[in-house]
Write a protein that binds this ligand. Structure first.
Ligand code: ATP
Length: 234
């Protein structure tokens, strides 16, 4: 069943048309990746889904019309956005960052339970529970950004370039965790410039170029597609 649906979504920054009528869907339980080069409109697509940019067209989530919903509404409905550049709170500890992720949950026991669940995916964060976020490595900060998003127990995770600036071995660890989260039921929309790795863990993929979807297919088929290979997997 389709959890997220974008129909003919257009977005402008001033006179620049960043999205020129994007249509895509993410089914419950899928990892869908959106690949494309710099400036193609990947981040804008995620921002559109979580209400951070104004759009025309239609966005539906879990059957509800979210086309003009503000960001807090998207969060309430279960859409968690992990933006590019892992914007954690650098002066707060790991624990405090995670608590911020569950700020709307009043029940302290529930917060603790969710934190333990997040630590099960990211044991390294548990070891560093009292460390200040800004002093952690890039990979650890990315883990914290994802863990913080999990604290709201979302229905979908929108991940914007989780591999950015990280060493290959760390990227592998993060992608393993993304896959594990998905195996346990999390639906994921993954934006990546690292097309090869993204397509390896995704079920389906969309190729976006200057604000338009150029191709969509099963991830395995995109991986072996000559045009994709030439443009994005070289
Ligand atoms: P990258 O991988 O480099 O982040 P992207 O595919 O995520 O690229 P977007 O960030 O969505 O691309 O940008 C799409 C287009 O919109 C680009 O031409 C970009 O310059 C433009 N754009 C993005 N944000 C803004 C903004 N706040 N103001 C003006 N133009 C913007």
């Amino acid at each position: 069943m389709s959890l997220l649906e974008l129909n003919e979504v257009r977005a402008f920054y001033g006179a620049i048309e960043a999205l020129k009528g994007i249509s895509l869907s993410v089914n419950e339980g899928e990892i869908v990746t959106l690949i494309g080069s710099n400036g193609a409109g990947k981040s804008t697509t995620l921002k559109a889904v979580c209400g951070q940019v104004k759009i025309s067209g239609e966005i539906k989530f879990a059957g509800k019309d979210m086309t003009s919903s503000p960001p807090h509404q998207a969060a309430l409905e279960g859409i968690a956005h992990v933006p590019e550049g892992r914007r954690i709170f650098p002066k707060l500890t790991v624990k405090e960052n995670l608590e911020m992720g569950a700020f709307s949950v009043k029940d302290k026991k529930m917060v603790k339970k969710r934190m333990e669940r997040a630590f099960a995916y990211f044991p390294r964060l548990k070891e560093r529970i009292n460390q200040v976020g800004g002093t952690m490595s890039g990979g650890e900060q990315q883990m914290l950004a994802i863990a913080r998003a999990l604290m709201m127990q979302p229905k979908i995770l929108l991940l914007d370039e989780p591999s950015m600036g990280l060493a290959p071995i760390i990227v592998e660890q993060i992608f393993d965790i993304i896959q594990e989260l998905n195996r346990e039921g999390m639906t994921i929309l993954l934006v990546e410039q690292n097309a090869f790795q993204a397509l390896q863990i995704a079920h389906r993929g969309y190729v976006i170029q200057t604000g338009e979807i150029m191709m969509e297919d099963d991830a395995g088929l995109l991986l072996s597609n000559e045009l994709v290979k030439e443009a994005y997997l070289a």
